[in-house]
Design a protein around this ligand. Structure first.
Ligand SMILES: [Zn+2]
Length: 162
């Protein structure tokens, strides 16, 4: 069964919050259900995007930091947080923000240090396809990318007809 968030704890150091797991997980394992506490139509720095015009407050999971090499994914269709790889007890949990966020309200510079670091974390719309392709993406992000590509194609066709 889907576990609750009791296995997760928020650690605060110099006002910087991290979400830490008190137990280990195997790759693919469900860590907890994603809460959807208060759905709004505009993003804030505390929300997660779950559909084109839907952003939800996620309780404790708001302490999840971004990483370009994350250890969890947020499945926004089934509202689950899932281990992207094996995770050790005591590890900080992180996810790739542009996997759910199309355009973030509060962009920032990433200092995760991973070799594939995207540096500017502002949302999926600001990333090249080649970068997006290498990540798990939420359905609404995939759909928006496809829509954009189709519109571009249509636009180019129209320009050629002029
Ligand atoms: Zn990074």
């Amino acid at each position: 069964m889907v576990s609750t968030m009791e296995t997760l704890t928020i650690r605060t150091e110099n006002k910087f919050r991290t979400l830490v797991t008190k137990q280990s997980y195997k790759k693919g394992e469900v860590i907890c259900a994603m809460p959807s506490e208060n759905i709004v139509d505009k993003p804030t720095r505390f929300t997660v995007q779950i559909a084109k015009d839907k952003h939800t407050h996620v309780g404790k999971l708001a302490a999840l930091n971004h990483s370009c090499d994350p250890n969890v994914i947020l499945d926004t269709e089934n509202m689950l947080m899932i281990a992207r790889r094996d995770i050790e007890k005591g590890e900080e949990l992180s996810f790739f923000y542009p996997a759910t966020e199309w355009e973030m309200q509060a962009p920032f510079i990433c200092l995760c240090g991973s070799t594939n670091c995207i540096q500017v974390v502002a949302g999926a719309r600001f990333l090249p396809l080649s970068t997006l392709e290498s990540h798990y993406l939420s359905k609404h992000v995939r759909e928006t990318v496809i829509e954009l590509l189709e519109n571009t194609e249509l636009h180019l066709k129209k320009l050629q007809e002029l």
